[in-house]
Design a protein around this ligand. Sequence first.
Ligand code: IPD
Length: 285
Amino acid sequence: MADPWQECMDYCMEVTKQAGSMIREALQKDIVVMQKSSPVDLVTETDQRVEELIISSIKAMYPTHSFIGEESVAAGAPSILTDSPTWIIDPVDGTTNFVHRFPFVSVSIGFTVKKVIEFGIVYSAIEDKLYSARKGKGAFCNDVPIKVSGQEDITQSLVLTEMSFREDPEHFNIMMDNMKAVLNIPVHGIRTTGSAAVMMCFVASGAADAYYHIGIHCWDMAGGAAIVTEAGGVIIDISGGPFDLMSGRLIIASSQAVAERLANEITEFPCERDDTEVINDDPDQ
Ligand code: IPD
């Protein structure tokens, strides 16, 4: 039987490449920076224009599909995952990097049907690396198959995470203590790229062995989640339980052993879910 979503994925690859070109062009010009929820939560006209391009192009082809886009949600659109075919979009993942021209800036798109991720695409625009994965069909970078390192020993692992401002001093301390706990295992080191989607692709391609984060969003994770899973990686919740795309937190790793060891070391702190309302679209309940 023909794959019903492959055509959407092929189209998404084309739109993602156009979005990446728009980002590269914008980097040649002056960048006007605006603030969203805090002085470290930045947005630029490029984030908005790239999201507009992606959503309008996809809507023209698939008018009945649903969308969750970072900038649309910031402008008040709902962020609720339903059973409908849904495009989850981060137009510029790594906006702070973009503002500083730090070279990890990606376009991230995940596509879900009945809340299951069917494919993911992450385009690291400055590196010109297009990562993609279709459920059950493997993961690729610029059409070359990729896979996780397979590392099972946390003490031989390179770990990625994000170091970012937290308004609540208690949460800030827990975040710093988590880094100390991981470094003290010991691991080979901690790194960050400033783009969650790129970090997920680094684990997917074996350039790092794990990534953990509390306080991100479904649009940062959806594209990368498909890629890591198809590259043979493990994706779980910070608690060690099943991954939840709308939870704002995750651990990904090259193996179950590394993922579980990180879950044991990390102390949770509260972070906002992306879905503020529960939608029950199962007619039997
Ligand atoms: C950000 C990046 C960053 C992560 C932030 C995200 P954005 O995405 O993924 O790595 O630490 O939490 O918000 O805002 O640049 O799309």
